[in-house]
Design a protein around this ligand. Structure first.
Ligand SMILES: [Zn+2]
Length: 101
């Protein structure tokens, strides 16, 4: 699939916006102390970023995802999105069936 010029433009602006936000976040992270980071991790580990409830891990054909036990949001670790993008359609629909149960 080749993107149209306007799609390419959209991608560019989304990327620029992301980079800008990322820089701001990295600045904040630098100011956080080690202990503070540890505390935050303890508070949020395996909890849904949207509603704060526990996440349930799902492993399916080499893809690891976390699904919220409350709102049903699905979260991916670093690299898992890439794995998903390379996954064949039948695996994806298998995953989808599990999520919609
Ligand atoms: Zn949730």
């Amino acid at each position: 699939m080749t993107g149209s010029p306007s799609e390419k433009e959209d991608e560019y602006f989304i990327r620029m916006d992301f980079e800008k936000k990322k820089k701001l976040e990295e600045e904040k992270h630098r100011k956080l102390g080690k202990e503070e980071k540890k505390k935050l991790k303890g508070l949020h580990f395996m909890r849904c970023p949207k509603c704060g409830m526990e996440l349930i891990e799902i492993y399916y054909k080499g893809v690891h995802t976390d699904k919220c036990s409350e709102c049903g949001g699905i979260w991916l670790d670093a690299g898992e999105f890439e794995t998903l993008s390379k996954t064949d359609k039948s695996t994806l629909s298998g995953l989808f069936r599990m999520f919609t149960k």
